[in-house]
Design a protein around this ligand. Structure first.
Ligand code: SF4
Ligand code: SF4
Length: 183
């Protein structure tokens, strides 16, 4: 076996070996206090959420069932340091199909919020949030696209009240969070 393959195998093995010292028994309770995440302990690992999750089809690690189990086991650092939690598209398919009523997407949102509290946000998300603050839209819409809309007879995009957006960002403390988070 090539050295690079051996190193990869070893890394994969280390990822699957769990140490008791990594587990925070209080983590599941911390999560279950957050809105939508109350039922985290009801998951019995049936896998329905994973079978239906569109993101699981495209990523080898992303499995909602796994994220819930890791939360139950208290693998806080592993979860909060893994950018995989930002892949969820919040489509709610998992929630619709879970026989236990587990708010998987809300639990993933709770994990993201804790990650942001720790001072990290992926660059793409930070850019989108900054765009909302500057333009009211998550994506910058170019003049060329606006011209094209007009040419095709499409209605003008709604105007954003940027003062209200800024007020909301300030009132929630998100402006400060945005300044602090690192990508
Ligand atoms: S569908 Fe619900 S009970 Fe089944 S693994 Fe997913 S979260 Fe757990
Ligand atoms: S909400 Fe997230 S975890 Fe649930 S099915 Fe959609 S992408 Fe998957």
């Amino acid at each position: 076996m090539a050295k690079a393959e051996k190193t990869q195998d070893e890394k994969a093995r280390q990822r699957t070996v769990l140490k008791a010292s990594e587990m925070d028994p209080k983590f599941k309770y911390e999560i279950s206090k957050l809105p939508g995440a109350e039922e985290v302990m009801l998951c019995f690992q049936c896998g329905t959420c994973t079978a239906d999750c569109p993101i699981s089809r495209f990523d080898d690690f992303y499995r909602p069932r796994r994220l819930i189990r890791m939360t139950q086991l208290g693998l806080k650092d592993r979860l909060l340091s893994n950018d995989v939690i930002w892949l969820c598209s919040t489509c709610f398919t998992c929630i619709d199909h879970c026989p236990q009523g587990v708010g998987i997407a809300s639990i993933v949102r709770a994990l993201r919020n804790l990650t942001v509290k720790r001072g990290h946000m992926p660059a793409g998300y930070k850019e989108q949030v900054s765009n909302i603050l500057k333009t009211g839209y998550a994506y910058v819409i170019s003049d060329m696209r606006l011209r094209k809309r007009k040419e095709k007879g499409l209605p003008a995009l709604p105007k954003t009240n940027l003062k209200s957006v800024a007020k909301l960002f300030n009132a929630t403390g998100f402006s400060k969070t945005l300044e602090k988070v690192k990508t």
